[in-house]
Structures are given as structure tokens and as C-alpha cells.
Unconditional design. Structure first.
Length: 72
């Protein structure tokens, strides 16, 4: 399943790159991209575990940038 999410308060391109790298390492993620300019996360992950994977994605993003919110 591939979904796109809006990100709020993503402050820098470097943080977006760190998030993207960390998200791609999560088990079950097939592809991920974080765009600083469009403030969007595009995630492709296993259908049967998508919600579980999304919880991990939120945790990873909070570690990189605590103020950033993903609109689910």
C-alpha cells in the first residue's frame, strides 16, 4: 500500500533526509520519501502491517524532530 501524509513543522531539509533514511530501515517499509519542500511523506509498506509500521514511522520522526507532526 502506498500513501501520502502531510507533515507539519518540518523545519529543515537535513532533518527530512535523516527521517527518510530512518524510515527506510523499518521492517516492512518498501519505499519512503520525505520532501522538505512539499512537507510530505510518501510511504509504501506492507498492507497487513501498515498501521503498526505507521506507529514506528511517527516514533522515528519524533526522535529526529520532536516538533514535527504527521497528519494521519
Amino acid at each position: 500500500m502506498k500513501k501520502q501524509f502531510k507533515m507539519i513543522d518540518l523545519d529543515c531539509a537535513n532533518c527530512a533526509a535523516k527521517m527518510e533514511t530512518a524510515i527506510q530501515k523499518i521492517d516492512g517499509v518498501q519505499d519512503a520519501s520525505v520532501s522538505f519542500f512539499s512537507q510530505k511523506l510518501t510511504l509504501e509498506a506492507a498492507d497487513d502491517r501498515f498501521d503498526e509500521i505507521m506507529k514506528e514511522v511517527v516514533k522515528v520522526c519524533r526522535k529526529v524532530e520532536p516538533d514535527c507532526t504527521i497528519v494521519l
